[in-house]
Design a protein around this ligand. Structure first.
Ligand SMILES: [Zn+2]
Length: 471
């Protein structure tokens, strides 16, 4: 048992600090408690003290004291045993708790007021503070290093959980449903317009769309069957995120998807997928990041498909990008169970974390029903041989790095749009990296393939097995 004891930590928010240590504890995969130092006796196991000032005397036996730094000290990547951790320098050494607090509250972004932002409020990857470390699981590395420090004093402590079964990692496959219809007049004219402006791939989309429409062939972008047949063959299920359309509380943004899910073909397709075990979640509209919009979106989609809807991802990563914690607090109030909107808009982890997190612990206790947040490390466009902007060798290295991080207890969330399955026109070469990197994992014994909802439930159970604070 690891007993984390929190001493005075001026300048740090106690619920946020509590939550950061929780995230480290569940990554250590050992039984642990978190308590304040006020009037707490020393329990069985090792005591790990974090805070400013002298240690309360009754904690001195079998106690390890973690380095503490001033909140004014900046958090930076630091190397430990060949792995990159994240912390700030204090008088007693590197404070990895401060680094973990910084990452779990996104203060590594918000603390830097002069970061350039685009029109959606997002920090472009080239200017992001973690830009050189996107594929490093910094929070997991922090936990691994701290655990080594603790076990060097206590001796080995047995792990208590295997979150994804055996010693396997989890692979969560998702499909954002953006522009799944090429045969509409809107989509055809848009492709033609871009084509005339010189975009050859869009011109190819226009020709393909026109030809298939005139000859009565299936719509090349409508690939719900393509994905579900492929996945059924592999014996797996995935998650589709669908834009529910405008609601009373939220208008459709120009860049939101243009389809209407209340059309019969949509309802029939989504119902069929849901009843065969695929998960259907919300793809939040760009202007939909407030409580009423969250509620209405969820009610509308679950009503239409006659299935509960508990998960989401934001279109353009919007809303959740600018104020992630606030957005999750609202989603939690509305009854969402998880959100998969954490992405640096390139390959990797935006918040330095590969594994899920439970931000709701900062505003309410409750792990068994906490709001789970997933980092989405891979998206089709980010591995596109041209659009990714990465040289082939770097692309390969990053993809293999992310996959290897996820083996043996880790997590990889990968998103391929429904339309990408056509691998032609504007979406040419988007299926190739799926076939190269993801498809082989469907039969890899190191991975359990889960829907996002299944992974959220498995993660909560794992957390409950580790945290001895909630029985
Ligand atoms: Zn989208």
């Amino acid at each position: 048992m690891i007993n984390f004891i929190l001493g005075p930590a001026p300048g740090r928010n106690p619920p946020e600090l509590h939550r950061a240590i929780f995230e480290l504890g569940v990554r250590m995969n050992r039984p642990f408690t978190i308590k304040d130092d006020q009037g707490v006796g020393q329990g069985p196991g090792i005591t790990v003290f974090y805070g400013e000032g002298p240690l309360v005397s009754h904690f001195k036996k079998n106690t390890i004291r973690l380095p503490f730094s001033s909140p004014a000290s900046p958090c930076v990547p630091v190397e430990r045993d060949g792995k990159i951790c994240f912390g700030s320098e204090g008088p007693e050494g590197t404070d990895l708790i401060a680094g973990s607090l910084n990452l779990t509250t996104f203060r590594h972004e918000t603390g830097e007021s002069d970061l350039p932002r685009d029109s959606f409020g997002r920090v472009p990857p080239a200017f992001h503070p973690l830009r050189n470390y996107f594929t490093e699981p910094l929070l997991e590395n922090n936990a691994a290093w701290l655990l080594r420090q603790i076990e060097s004093r206590s001796g080995e402590i047995k792990s208590v959980s295997s979150p994804w079964g055996g010693n396997r990692g989890a692979l969560v496959l998702t499909h954002d449903v953006d522009g799944p219809i090429l045969h509409s007049l809107f989509a055809l004219s848009r492709s033609l317009m871009y084509g005339i402006m010189g975009n050859e791939r869009e011109m190819e989309s226009f020709r393909l769309g026109l030809l298939t429409r005139l000859s009565g062939r299936p719509d090349p972008y409508w690939n719900f069957d393509g994905w579900s047949h492929l996945e059924a063959m592999a014996g797996i299920r995935s998650t589709f995120y669908v834009y529910p359309g405008s609601t009373h509380a939220s208008a459709r943004h120009l860049n939101d998807p243009h389809y209407f899910i209340d059309s019969p073909v949509f309802i029939e397709t989504l119902k069929r997928l849901a009843s065969a075990g695929w998960e259907i979640g919300i793809h939040h509209g760009i202007k939909s990041h407030h409580a009423d919009a969250y509620r209405e979106s969820r009610e509308r989609l679950s009503g239409l498909i006659a299935h509960p809807v508990t998960g989401s991802r934001s279109h353009y990563w919007g809303g959740v990008w600018t104020e992630p914690i606030h957005a999750w607090m609202l989603m939690d109030q509305i009854g969402f169970g998880y959100d998969a909107s954490v992405s640096p808009q390139t390959l990797g982890y935006r918040g330095g974390s590969m594994l899920p997190a439970i931000p709701s612990l900062a505003w309410r206790r409750g792990v068994h029903d906490g709001l789970v947040v997933f980092p989405t490390a891979v998206m089709d466009a980010y591995v596109h041989r041209l659009d990714s902007g990465l040289p082939p060798e770097e692309l390969k290295m990053k993809m293999n790095g992310l996959i290897n991080n996820a083996r043996k207890g880790g997590l990889l969330v990968a998103d391929w749009h429904v339309r990408s399955f056509c691998n032609a026109g504007a979406h040419r070469w988007l299926l190739d990296p799926y076939l190269e990197y993801i498809f082989p994992l469907l039969n890899d014994p190191d991975f359990t393939i889960m829907t996002a909802l299944q992974a959220a439930e498995a993660w909560r159970k794992h957390c409950c097995r580790c945290w001895q604070g909630e029985q």
